[in-house]
Structures are given as C-alpha cells and as structure tokens.
Design a protein around this ligand. Sequence first.
Ligand code: AIR
Ligand code: ASP
Length: 258
Amino acid sequence: MKKSLIFSALNTRATDNEKRTGVNGLEKILYEGKSKTICQGIDEKSLIIHYKDDATAFNGGKKEKLPGKGALNAAISHLIYKYLAENGIKTHLLKVIDDTSALVKKAEIVMIEVIVRNVAAGGFSEKYGVPEGSALKNTVVEFCLKSDKLGDPMINESQITALGLAAEAELSAMVQQSLKINQLLCRLFTQAKIRLIDFKLEFGRCDNQLILCDEISPDSCRLWDADTGKKLDKDRFRRDMDGVLDGYRDVLRRLKNV
Ligand code: AIR
Ligand code: ASP
C-alpha cells in the first residue's frame, strides 16, 4: 500500500479497539508493553507507539487504569522530544500521529536503562540510606539491565561490556548524551519551576548511531515542584498518594507555558 494511503488511514482517529486490532488491518502489534503498545510502522524502518492508560509499578506488582494518562504522557514526552531535537539530540521521533500515538524510527534497543540522578531519592535513598531530597556532590549515572524477568537489576560498566550488551565506546557515548540531556532537561524544567530529581533513559542503535528512544514523562522522571517540593510524578501512584494525574496535568501545563 502507498505511504500516503497509510498516513491518511493513521490520521483518521481510530477507537481503542480498532487500534488494538489494527487500523484497516494496518497496525500489526509487535509488542505489548506495560504502558505502551508497539505496532508496525509505515515501512520496515518505522514503528508506531501507542501510549496506554495503564499505570504499573514494582515490576507490574501494582497495576491500575488511569484514564487520560496515555494522552498526558504522550503530550509531555513529545514536547520534550521536540525540545531535545531542537537542541541537537538525535531521537527516534518522526511524527506525532494523534493524542496517544507517534511514528518513530525502528531502532535496536540497547538493553540497558540509564538512570541520571541530580538529587537523592527513590532507589538511591533506600539503597544507600540517605534521606530523599539530599544534595549530591556530583551527578550520578547508573545502569540497569532491561529485564522484567530479573526486575531490572543494577549493572556496572564492566558487567555491561562483559555481557556484550554495549561496547565501551558506545557506553561512554550513552553517558555523554545522557549528561547533555540532563543539562537540557534541567534548563527546561527550571523554567517550568520544577526540580528534575532523577530520570531514566533508553537508547537504540539506528543507522550506525545511537538515538534516544522510549518516553520522557512523569512515568520515567521524578519531578518536584520547585517551591513546595510537591511530587508531580509516578511516585504519587507508587506510594498510593492522591491526585496522580493532577500532577501529570500540572507538568504538561507548566511545560506548555515555558
Ligand atoms: N525509572 C526506572 N525504571 C523505570 C523508571 N521509570 C525511573 C524512575 C525514577 C528513576 O528512574 O521513574 O525517575 C530512578 O528510579 P529508582 O527507582 O531507581 O529510584
Ligand atoms: N515501570 C516499572 C514497573 O511497572 C517500574 C516503576 O516505574 O516502578 O514496575
């Protein structure tokens, strides 16, 4: 089928059910993730990502539907991806399709999550016994193995290269890009009066280079109100706090006003 025809099919809004079974049979589901569905794209080099309303935490141990979450995460992530692209970061985003979907470059995902921390919180605070909100003398970069089965265990650089998950040069390129992304995100969120506490990134290999993949949203970042310290991210869900999506809405509203 011609690309233009496929695009016009994609541009007609599909119901959730149509999306799952495929718009005109075009969208073959390749992978059903916890919060996103990955479908075949318009050609061999692209994919379509659908953001779902499902919220999960603790490796899927806590699960809930939060109507509107998919659209909020898609909007926040797309806004951030456009900002990063404008500032020289290579990303997988090709085209926003609708409120909950985007066309992206197909990449071979590096099976490592890169976690960047500006302030102690979450797993870091628990593991090393430092109160949440403690200042760090330098930015922390950590890696986790992307494996739901193993619960995404922390992994170090020599373990990553030993297992052949990434080569040394690739790993240092991922660290450099992550630190550059951290600088850019800190600048953006500061303007939105939000403190970027920590976040998780994923990279993929495409046309012999590393590109930023997956989402950047309140699901993947810790975001605190700069004045009050109020949590505006998925920790509200993880910790059974109220107003989970109010936090996400607030993040989107503030980013739009930057
Ligand atoms: N993260 C890690 N795995 C999945 C996600 N979303 C993100 C968290 C947090 C950061 O990585 O959302 O922003 C560090 O997580 P933790 O649990 O190691 O403190
Ligand atoms: N998204 C992961 C999960 O579903 C980890 C987390 O964000 O807590 O368990």
